[in-house]
Design a protein around this ligand. Structure first.
Ligand code: HEM
Length: 360
C-alpha cells in the first residue's frame, strides 16, 4: 500500500495510522459500550465532514475561475456527487444511534457538560463554504460567535477561529455558481456581447408571457367552480406572476444569472447544456441530501431526548427542525416554481449553437 502514488513499505496499520486512531475513543476513562458507540459515531461523522470540506473546496476552486474551463465541469459534478453520497450515508447512520435508549443516554449525558454538535467547527466551515448566510440562520445566529469565545483560551481553538474567518472571506460555492451561470449563452447570445442585453430581455419577457398564459389556462379549467374559489385562485396566480417577474427582473433590471439558470432548466435537452444542467442537478441533490440528513438528526434527537434543551443551549429538536428548512441554493429552488411546460416556452433561437437542430 502506498500514498500519493509513491512506493512505500507500509503495513496496513501504519498507513492508516490505526494505532493512533484506535487510541482516541476514551477507553482509558472506562466508558460504557453506550458511550463508546456515541463517541465513535461522532468521530465517524467528523471524518466524513473532513472529506466533505475537501470535496467542496476543490469544487469551489474549479468554479471560482473566470471563465470556468468547460472540461473541468465534470470533475466539479463528481466532487458534488461524492459529497451527496456521504450525506446519504450519514443520514442512514442515525439509526445506529437510535439503539441508544433515552435512559442509556441520560446515564452519561451530564458528563458532556456543554459540549454539543453545535460546536462542530467543521460543520460551520462547510456551511460557510457552501454559502449559508448568517441572516438565513435561526435567529440570524452568527456561526462564528461560539468560536470567538472558545478562542479566548488560545491553542487549537484559536486556529479554528482563524480557519473559519478565512473561509468567510472566501467566495462561497453558491456565489461562484451564480457568477458562472451569468455567463450562460442565452438564445445563442454571448454574455457581454453586442445586443446581449436586449436578447436576454426579450427571452425573459417572452418566458413571463408563457408563464402568464399557463396561469390563464389553469383559470379557464376552473370555469364552473364557485366564484370564491376562482377569485382566490386568480389572486394566487397574480401573485405568482409578480414573484416570477421580480425573480427574473429584480428592481427593474434583468438578472442575467437567473435568466441563464432559467434557460438551462427550460432547454435541458440541448446537448451543449448537458453538463451545465448536470452541475445544477448535483447542487440540488446535495442540498436535498443535507436537508434530509438534518431532518433525520432531529427525528433521532426527538426519540432520545424528547423536547429537552440541547447541551449546546438551544431549544433542541425545534431548533434542529428549523435548520432542516435552511436553503442555501435559493435560486435553484425558486426557478422550479416559474418553469413553464415545453409548449409554452419561447421558441428557441440559434438552436444549432447548442449542438442541436430542430430538423435533425
Ligand atoms: C444522542 C445523540 C445526539 C443527540 C441527543 C444530539 C442532540 C443535538 C441537539 C439538541 C442539538 C442542538 C444544539 C444544542 O443545543 O445542543 C444538536 C446539534 C448538532 N448535532 Fe447532535 N445530537 C446527537 C448526535 C449527534 C451526532 C452523532 C452528530 C455528528 C457529528 C451530531 C451533530 C450535530 C451538529 C453538527 C449539530 C449542529 C446543528 C446546527 O447548528 O445546525 N449530533 N444535536
Amino acid at each position: 500500500m502506498s500514498g500519493s502514488g509513491e512506493s512505500g513499505n507500509w503495513t496496513y496499520g501504519d498507513y492508516l495510522q490505526l494505532h493512533e486512531l484506535l487510541d482516541l475513543q476514551g477507553d482509558d476513562r472506562g466508558i460504557s459500550s453506550d458511550e463508546m458507540h456515541f463517541i465513535i459515531v461522532h468521530q465517524t461523522f467528523e471524518l466524513w465532514f473532513k472529506q466533505i470540506i475537501r470535496e467542496l473546496s476543490e469544487t469551489r476552486d474549479i468554479l471560482a475561475q473566470v471563465p470556468v474551463p468547460e472540461d473541468q465541469i465534470p470533475r466539479a459534478v463528481d466532487h458534488l456527487a461524492r459529497t451527496t453520497e456521504i450525506f446519504r450515508l450519514m443520514a442512514s447512520q442515525w439509526t445506529v444511534l437510535e439503539t441508544l435508549t433515552p435512559q442509556g443516554f441520560l446515564a452519561f449525558r451530564d458528563g458532556l457538560g456543554t459540549a454539543s454538535g453545535f460546536e462542530s467547527f467543521q460543520m460551520r466551515q462547510f456551511e460557510s463554504l457552501l454559502g449559508l448566510e448568517t441572516e438565513d440562520r435561526m435567529f440570524g445566529m452568527d456561526p462564528i460567535k461560539t468560536f470567538r469565545k472558545l478562542a479566548e483560551k488560545g491553542g487549537k481553538d484559536k486556529d479554528v477561529l482563524e480557519r473559519l474567518e478565512a473561509e468567510q472571506d472566501n467566495e462561497s460555492l453558491y456565489d461562484s455558481l451564480m457568477r458562472w451561470m451569468e455567463r450562460t449563452p442565452i438564445m445563442g447570445s454571448i454574455f457581454e456581447s453586442e445586443g446581449d442585453e436586449s436578447t436576454v430581455r426579450d427571452y425573459v419577457d417572452s418566458h413571463l408571457q408563457g408563464h402568464l398564459q399557463m396561469g390563464n389556462e389553469a383559470l379557464e379549467r376552473m370555469s364552473g367552480w364557485e366564484e370564491e374559489a376562482t377569485t382566490r385562485m386568480k389572486e394566487r396566480l397574480d401573485s405568482a406572476q409578480e414573484s416570477a417577474t421580480s425573480f427574473l427582473i429584480p428592481e427593474g433590471v434583468v438578472s442575467r444569472g437567473r435568466a441563464g439558470l432559467l434557460f438551462i432548466e427550460s432547454y435541458r435537452e440541448l446537448p451543449l447544456l448537458t453538463w451545465p444542467r448536470k452541475l445544477i442537478d448535483a447542487f440540488v441533490e446535495l442540498e436535498e441530501s443535507m436537508a434530509k440528513w438534518r431532518h433525520d438528526h432531529a427525528r433521532m434527537v426527538e426519540r432520545i431526548i424528547g423536547k429537552r434543551a440541547g447541551t449546546g443551549g438551544t431549544s433542541g429538536v425545534d431548533y434542529l427542525d428549523a435548520t432542516a428548512r435552511y436553503r442555501i441554493f435559493k435560486d435553484l429552488w425558486e426557478v422550479r416554481t416559474i418553469l413553464v411546460k415545453p409548449q409554452n416556452r419561447p421558441d428557441l433561437i440559434n438552436a444549432d449553437f447548442y449542438g442541436y437542430t430542430v430538423d435533425s
